[in-house]
Design a protein around this ligand. Structure first.
Ligand code: MLT
Length: 410
């Protein structure tokens, strides 16, 4: 019999969102008439913008003609999309990022997990707590941790607590770490990082030879001009950071799939012999071997996100979800709930009612109001006593959810 990767057996139960889905399905099976509103997983609900659909239609037509048909594309992504991203997302903000440093992929969830292929097993890792579970689970799978304790914290990982007490801004690790995951705007707390905060991390990483894995999947929701959209807005970040971005939450691509990872050519790691090695070359090698690129049609759609019409339509989408966040936030505050996030981010992070743990509140909301959210403890031990509501839903559902919350908690 072949050996399995025993690290998988260290993983706690199921992945968070399927686990929620399982509980919701069980509830719906037992309560067939319940009109359940789902504000759990952050999955977009509004249609793809017209500019993007039009570009995809033309790309499909190109694929129907022998002169313009395309087979395998470049594993790193088509130049037209990498150039549009470099110009619009980075260079326009003063970030020195070239198209060759951008790798197109089918998702940031995959990339934040896959990136571990190119890093040594002995690296120490720090994560914010609460945290997007993918960062932790993929490190467990890769064997970088021991077992989980009774709070779900894995031996060997450094957890950086983010609670209301520190304004959801973690302190630097007490012991130097090799890899640090930062997510801003943050999933799940909806907090943001100022320039000063990011500078502190970049300086720390450069001083300690650490690499920051910066997840900016929600950058489009930043409404405050003083908040950086990219870690490369900070001097020195080219030498210590990889950035992940996605078309999922801004342009509605959760089902369509397109994302990007930036690996600057100036970023270095160390070989077992202590020699310096360019990380970009390793990621390029990894992608060329294990990935065959995102479909031409989808990349043309993503490119259209940067057209004038595309930008305008995406702005409308973002404003729509942010308005949802504000409706949820005001509704919760009107019944005395302590609310965080939801201003520069599509997630509302709230304190559960006195004495109620996160999963108890989950069951209470589902049972009494037929509402689904995400228990804070599902994102880590420091999320206990908190709860996340997603602003990704129709306006009618968000308004109905607020009415139900008011009746239940008012
Ligand atoms: C979430 O709800 O945290 C996100 O939808 C998960 C994801 O983007 O993979």
């Amino acid at each position: 019999m072949a050996n399995i990767n025993d690290n998988f057996l260290k993983l706690k139960a199921g992945y968070l969102f399927p686990e929620i889905g399982r509980r919701v399905n069980a509830f719906c099976d037992a309560n067939a008439d319940a009109n359940v509103i789902k504000l759990g997983i952050g999955d977009v609900t509004e249609p793809l913008p017209e500019a993007i659909r039009t570009a995809m239609h033309s790309a499909i037509d190109e694929m129907g003609q022998s002169q313009t048909f395309r087979g395998y594309g470049p594993e790193q992504g088509y130049a037209f999309l990498r150039e549009a991203i470099a110009t619009n997302d980075f260079q326009s903000r003063g970030c020195d990022i070239s198209p060759e440093e951008i790798f197109i992929s089918d998702g940031s969830k995959c990339d934040t997990g896959n990136i571990l292929d190119i890093f040594g097993p002995g690296n120490t890792v720090a994560v914010q707590d609460p945290v997007y579970p993918v960062y932790v689970d993929t490190n467990v799978m890769a064997g970088r941790t021991g077992e989980a304790d009774e709070n779900g914290r894995y031996e060997g990982l450094t957890y950086l607590p983010c609670t209301a007490d520190n304004d959801f801004t973690p302190s630097l690790p007490e012991q130097p770490v090799d890899m640090i995951y930062l997510c801003y705007p943050n999933n799940p707390t909806g907090s943001v990082a100022s320039k000063e905060t990011l500078k502190k991390w970049v300086d720390y990483a450069n001083e300690n030879g650490s690499i920051i894995l910066f997840d900016a999947a929600y950058e489009a929701f930043i409404t405050d001009d003083s908040i950086p959209h990219s870690i490369y807005e900070i001097d020195g970040a080219r030498n210590c950071a990889i950035e992940f971005r996605s078309f999922s939450k801004n342009a509605g691509f959760t089902g369509t799939r397109c994302a990007l990872t930036v690996v600057p050519k100036s970023l270095k790691g160390k070989t077992a012999n202590g020699d310096e090695q360019e990380i970009h070359a390793l990621w390029n090698r990894r992608q060329s071997t294990k990935f065959n690129g995102v479909s031409y049609i989808i990349q043309r759609g993503a490119e259209a996100a940067y057209s004038d019409a595309g930008k305008e339509q995406i702005k409308t989408l973002i404003n729509f979800y942010l308005e949802n966040a504000s409706i949820l936030s005001e509704g919760l505050q009107s019944v005395g709930i302590n609310v965080f996030g939801g201003v520069n981010a599509p997630y509302i992070w709230l304190k559960t009612p006195e004495g109620m743990k996160s999963w108890e509140f989950f069951d209470h909301l589902l049972d009494k109001a037929h509402l689904v959210g995400t228990p804070g403890s599902g994102f880590g031990a420091s999320g206990e006593g908190y709860f996340r509501l997603s602003a990704f839903n129709s306006r009618a559902n968000v308004e109905e959810a607020v009415q139900r919350l008011k009746s239940l908690m008012g």
